[in-house]
Design a binder for this molecule. Structure first.
Ligand code: NI
Length: 397
């Protein structure tokens, strides 16, 4: 495929020694993965890698994160950011790779080791050939628990940033293929818990009890009508009841029943509709059955919506580095969550998907114990994200 040339061009932006260092960095991170908010060793490794690349303006943020600033070449340029997340997952690795995880039960199964390494590699390119405005490299902890981005924003460290870019490995696309689309790219991830309170009793005498299990069951069925009857059919949405809990014996009606689940939407409006719908439906179904419902809806990450201007720059950058055929689109909406969404709520931004599959490679996806991305994708991610920052920083305020 024609992408191959683009991939070689991305590789050629680095000296052989730099490529070796970036791969070694990725493998070091991979071998020593750390869970969300525990990325102390990861933070040290990344700081050392930045310093070894001549990037010295580094501050610690959000406990275990780092922001490195590469000054702009000219006064008056726009400050932009590249974000790479750095945390791992509670999965026991089964790849058998020589640099496999040395931390039992913890694995970089979502490719955040790749994201962190390509962010440092982008920094190498940007430090060598300064952009118009400054670029902040954001090495963000705790993406998997949906908390790191919000914490970094709360620190104020990105208050001067006008546009942000980031990327995620994607095993469904070949190395050299990139998704950089405007609009929804990941879903909101709110959770709900409902406790239906009734009155317990003998299983043989339902007339003396108020059965919370029947009320909960009615709710589980009714809640599916939110997506089928209330949501615009053109918009994807999910309401999943993931756990129910009630009762202990065949002949006892319990006092209460509990349901918990996840709500996914790709626009702020759809998110509000589904969250409000779960709440009002639980209360009204409970009332119909003579029960009381205690409803908790916990906000997770918002929907990730790439802004038009940033997506336009990301597409130009991809075409420039890899050629037009490299640009791909997602076949269907991604209903997973991504806390990059907190950044795009506050500023212009685009989150890309970077292909990591190549011939002969296993097609185990992210969040599996055998996930094994092609490391050439490190240089594609670095090259495209650096180009995004370069173009964005030159854009007028
Ligand atoms: Ni991830």
């Amino acid at each position: 495929m024609s992408e191959t040339n683009g991939v070689s061009a991305c590789l050629a932006q680095f000296t052989p020694a730099e490529r070796e260092r970036i791969v070694a960095l990725r493998r070091a991170l991979h071998a020593a993965p750390e869970l969300s908010w525990q990325e102390h060793g990861t933070q040290r490794t990344l700081r050392a890698a930045l310093e070894a690349s001549g990037i010295t303006e580094i501050q610690s943020v959000a406990e275990t994160g780092l922001i490195a600033t590469i000054p702009g070449g000219t006064r008056g340029g726009t400050t932009v950011a590249i974000r790479g997340d750095i945390d791992a997952l509670p999965i026991h690795e089964e790849t058998g790779l020589p640099f496999a995880s040395q931390h039992p039960g913890v694995m970089h199964a979502c490719g955040h080791d790749m994201h962190a390494a390509w962010t440092v590699a982008a920094g190498i390119l940007l430090a060598r050939d300064p952009t118009v405005g400054a670029v902040k490299l954001v090495l963000q902890p705790a993406e998997e628990v949906g908390e790191g981005a919000a914490r970094i924003l709360a620190s104020g460290a990105l208050d001067d940033v006008r546009m942000i870019f980031g990327g995620h490995v994607d095993w469904r696309f070949r190395v050299g293929e990139v998704v950089a689309t405007a609009g929804p790219l990941a879903a909101s991830t709110d959770t709900f818990t409902i406790v239906f309170r009734g009155r317990g009793g003998h299983g043989a005498r339902p007339q003396d009890a108020i059965d919370p299990i029947v009320g909960l069951s009615a709710f589980v069925m009714a809640v599916q009508t939110l997506v089928s009857r209330r949501l615009d059919p053109g918009l994807p949405g999910v309401v999943t009841v993931g756990a129910v809990e009630a009762g202990r014996a065949a002949n006892v009606i319990p006092e209460q029943a509990r349901a918990t689940g996840t709500i996914r939407a790709t626009t702020p409006g759809a998110r509000t509709l589904l969250c409000d719908g779960v709440r009002t439906l639980a209360i009204s179904v409970a009332a119909t059955h003579g029960l009381r419902a205690e409803v908790t809806v916990s906000e997770g990450t918002p929907p990730l919506v790439n802004t038009d201007a940033a997506a336009g720059i990301a597409q130009e950058a991809t075409r420039a580095r890899l050629g037009a055929p490299a640009l791909r689109t997602l076949a269907t909406a991604n209903m997973g969550g991504e806390d990059f969404a907190f950044y795009t709520e506050r500023m212009e931004g685009c989150f890309l998907r970077i292909g990591t599959w190549s011939e002969g490679r296993s097609d185990s996806g992210v969040h599996t114990p055998r996930f094994d991305p092609d490391e050439e994708a490190l240089f594609v991610g670095a090259s495209v994200l650096a180009e995004c920052a370069r173009r964005a920083s030159a854009a007028s305020r």
